[in-house]
Structure formats: C-alpha cells, structure tokens
Design a protein around this ligand. Structure first.
Ligand code: THU
Length: 136
C-alpha cells in the first residue's frame, strides 16, 4: 500500500514536471502524463497540438505510444496533470486508449501544478466498458 502511494507520487511528479513542455498554442491547455508499465519503466509525455485542431495528440496517447515503442505491454498506473483547480481527467478517447492496455483496477492519478487532486480507478472513469476481450 505504501509502495503504491510512493508510485502514485512519483507518477504525479513526473507528469507535473513535463507539463510545461506541452505544445498547446491553440488551446493553451498544457497536459502532462506519466505511465508505469509492466516492465517497471516510466513513460512521460505531454500534449502536442497542430493547426488542424482535431488531430492533435493528447498527453496520454503520446505516453501510450512511448510505452509501446519501448516494449511495454501493460499500464500499471498512470498520472495526468493539468493547470488549475478543475480535475484534468483523461478525455473520453483517452479513457478508451488506456482501457486497451490496462486492468480496470489501475489507478489514474489526476493532479494539477501543485498536488494530486484525486485518484480514480479505470472502471470508475469508464464503467461497463468495451475492450479487447469483446472481440475475442
Ligand atoms: N488533453 C490531453 O492531453 N489529455 C486529456 O485527457 C484532455 C485533453 C489536451 C488535448 C488538447 O491539446 C488540450 O488538452 C485541450 O483539450
């Protein structure tokens, strides 16, 4: 339990530390994400927008791509951070992206520039979800 707590803190710190690097000139909303994978590697990314607004990359999607690129196959925990007091929870699309590579019990740590605000499980954020096993 204490180990989990320190992992949550570490993931929060990592997401928070890269948030400022985000390329978000259109929305001006910078997001950081950090994943701990099944090889105990960390993957830390941020959102990258472009002039064709809808095709920008969310921080979580970038972190998942980094995990796959370095042979991670499962998300053990993920932190997402954004500035301000409102919860920077993963968007709907990213909830499904996380679902592809995670158990429903994993912690999703949500924070801002100062602190961890809430910790959700994936099943709380994406109840009754559709996943890879539906296609098996
Ligand atoms: N964004 C993320 O990176 N992750 C989320 O889960 C929420 C939204 C980004 C996308 C866009 O670059 C900006 O935040 C505003 O929506």
């Amino acid at each position: 339990m204490n180990e989990d707590k320190s992992i949550n803190k570490e993931l929060f710190k990592l997401a928070n530390s890269v948030m400022e690097k985000a390329y978000a000139p259109y929305s001006k909303f910078k997001v950081g994400a950090a994943i701990l994978d099944d090889n105990d590697n960390y993957h830390v990314e941020y959102n990258v927008e472009n002039a064709a607004y809808p095709i920008g990359n969310c921080a979580e999607a970038s972190a998942i791509a980094a995990m796959i690129a370095s042979n991670g196959t499962k998300i053990k925990a993920i932190a997402v951070t954004g500035y301000g007091d409102l919860l920077c929870t993963p968007c709907g699309g990213c909830r499904q992206r996380i679902r592809e590579f995670a158990s429903l019990k994993i912690p999703i740590i949500v924070g801002n520039e100062k602190e961890i605000k809430r910790i959700f499980t994936l099943s709380e954020l994406l109840p009754s979800s559709f996943g890879p096993e539906n296609l098996a």
